[in-house]
Design a protein around this ligand. Sequence first.
Ligand code: HEM
Ligand code: HEM
Length: 188
Amino acid sequence: MPLKNSAAHYGAVSRFLHWSVFLLFVCQYVGANIMTNLARDKSLFGLSQGDYYNWHKSFGLILLALALVRFIWRKTTPLPDWAPTLSEAERAISHRNETLLYWCMFLLPISGYLFVMAGGFGIKLFGVYDLPNPIGKQESLATLALVAHIVASYAAVVFIAWHVGLGLKHHLFDRDGFLNRMLPFRRQ
Ligand code: HEM
Ligand code: HEM
């Protein structure tokens, strides 16, 4: 599979970035649910609540880096043409929805970062290295960032649901092989 996108296909780099971001999103939602529900003195699969918080923060920052690479890649590498089976309306909504997904890829980790730094909680990267806090404690910024983080996390679920729903509808009901455009190791 070529590395770059062609007029008809997504290349290996776009597919790798798409699915690695997806996997990290899954980890973030699963981890967030565990860490916000686990009691402080309890552990799950050998990990304490603090460990889950550390992994959530660390994976979130990795996701931010990948989102940045992905955004630059998208801006500098032409996308393939739309799938011919997408209607005009589906193209227009998908275009808006993809923009909103990119906003979430940035807003979620940035708001999370601002919340923990302004809240004075800090980040111990993968439980090993304490990141410096360039912001210092700021109560109102922490509250604002937390609200943004929670709102964006619910909004992202809606955008992802539309995105996945459209893909599955085309692939399974219209049987147009739509998901092959992005699935790894598959070509249309
Ligand atoms: C794309 C990346 C991220 C996603 C999808 C994500 C998602 C979530 C979700 C779903 C929650 C639970 C919200 C709720 O209470 O209903 C949460 C909470 C939290 N996130 Fe993230 N997050 C991301 C990145 C980050 C980053 C980078 C940090 C910090 C560096 C962070 C720090 C936190 C903290 C501290 C909480 C707990 C807030 C509380 O006490 O209620 N998150 N996140
Ligand atoms: C965190 C979850 C997801 C996000 C944030 C996301 C985001 C995106 C974005 C922004 C694009 C446009 C291409 C690009 O800029 O890379 C795209 C394309 C695509 N995604 Fe996702 N995606 C997610 C999950 C999924 C899932 C679970 C599926 C499959 C069920 C899927 C199937 C596709 C397909 C088939 C395309 C190509 C669409 C086309 O160009 O016609 N995505 N995705």
